[in-house]
Write a protein that binds this ligand. Structure first.
Ligand code: UDP
Length: 371
């Protein structure tokens, strides 16, 4: 049987890399090829390099001032060539990006069976987050097989009358990637990690911050920055390290508001190995990222999530993350509490991570083998 694994952004690459590696172990049963749309370019390439993946097809679609209309159209048209060339039996897509949605449609047109990894996440509001929620809902309609990370995501699919036999609860593949990587980065020769070692203040409690979400652009990021400034000023024994997303809607307010505070270090986005290393060094993580809130609890790191709604309620219920939105006072009070209340901190770090055990990809491959 022939597998085509399609992805385009950094988080998809991180979460699909262990699936590519798992399928490559089964070369006797499958011919597996990778197609990248390169919806992100540099942020994707560093992940491919770290996981030693050389895509058979590279659509190289990233353009300046890219918009959703042209990106969607380009992906469908360019994938047509790939699908006609390789004629896969299965097309694998991940999550909720434009690549995911467009590749599902193209794969469906080709007659392949569509396998959705990280299926069933929902906010149930098709406009929030935009366009991710509608991307995953459309992909859920098209997909033949749904690899749901948790039972909550399985339940979302069942409520949409998806055939239970087509759903498998696997855990999130991000944990497969992280388990492999966090071991590897400890002994990795890596210039970026060496630079970080020089930057990190070993006497301080390290707070790692990331943020990029469209719904936080504008006032949201201003409130986030004001909160971070307050946390840094009130807690001189902490150091905030913030790899700032390159999007000007993020970069501009962050550099304007946080540039000259001694214990805040603004740096460029990090390649995945350095980021994993830094997560490991942190005391607390403040983020609006989906992937980071899944990863951090399995490293025993508490997370404040800067989102109003979430398609990942499991961690909130498990207590490994706290939703703080972009509410300045709440971000400050929850951070201060975790910096000073040792018992609360220790309790949170000991909680069970609901997102998996690192065997998601094994389960997916086993399922496909049996079809
Ligand atoms: N990440 C990274 N470098 C960074 C920030 C994040 O490699 O500077 C990784 C992180 O470990 C996680 C993924 O990128 O696996 C999350 O990506 P992002 O926050 O862009 O997207 P989301 O998960 O919100 O879709």
């Amino acid at each position: 049987k022939k597998n085509l694994i399609v992805f385009g952004t950094r988080p998809e690459a991180i979460k699909m890399a262990p699936l590519v590696q798992e399928f490559k172990k089964h070369n006797d049963k499958f011919e597996t090829r990778v197609c990248v749309t390169a919806q992100h370019r540099e942020m994707l390439d560093q992940v491919l390099e770290f996981f030693d993946i050389v895509p058979e097809y590279d659509l190289n679609l990233m353009k300046p001032n890219q918009n959703l209309y042209s990106l969607t159209g380009d992906i469908i048209l360019e994938l047509k060539e790939v699908l006609e060339d390789f004629q896969p039996d299965y097309v694998y897509v991940h999550g909720d990006t434009t690549t995911t949605m467009a590749a599902s449609i193209a794969g469906f047109y080709s007659g392949a069976q569509i396998c959705h990894v990280e299926a069933g996440l929902r906010t149930h509001n098709k406009r929030a987050p935009f366009p991710e929620e509608i991307n995953r809902q459309i992909t859920g309609r098209i997909a033949d097989y749904h690899f749901a990370p948790t039972t909550a995501s399985e339940q979302n699919l069942l409520k949409e009358n998806i055939d239970p036999k087509s759903i498998l609860v696997t855990g999130n593949t991000v944990i497969d990637a992280l388990m492999d990587s966090s071991k590897r980065v400890e002994n990795l020769e890596n210039a970026e990690i060496e630079k970080l070692k020089a930057l990190v203040d070993p006497t301080a409690k390290l707070i790692l911050v990331t943020g990029h979400r469209r719904e936080n652009h504008g006032d949201g990021f201003i409130r986030i920055c004001e909160a971070l400034k307050e946390i840094a000023l009130q807690n001189k024994d902490t150091q905030i390290i913030y790899p700032v997303h390159l999007n000007p809607n993020v970069k501009k307010p962050v550099y304007e508001l946080l540039s000259d505070i001694n214990n805040i270090k603004l740096i460029d986005p990090l390649a995945y190995p350095a980021f994993v290393w830094l997560m490991n060094q942190s005391y607390l993580i403040i983020t609006d990222s989906g992937g980071v809130q899944e990863e951090a609890p399995s490293l025993g790191k508490p997370v404040l999530v800067m989102r109003e709604t979430t398609e990942r309620p499991e961690a909130v219920e498990a207590g490994t993350v706290i939703l703080v939105g972009t509410n300045k006072e709440l971000i400050i009070s929850e951070a201060n509490s975790l910096l000073t209340d040792n018992l609360r901190y220790q309790t949170m770090t000991a909680l069970h991570n609901p997102y998996g055990d690192g065997k998601a990809c094994e389960r997916i491959v086993e399922f496909i083998v049996k079809l």
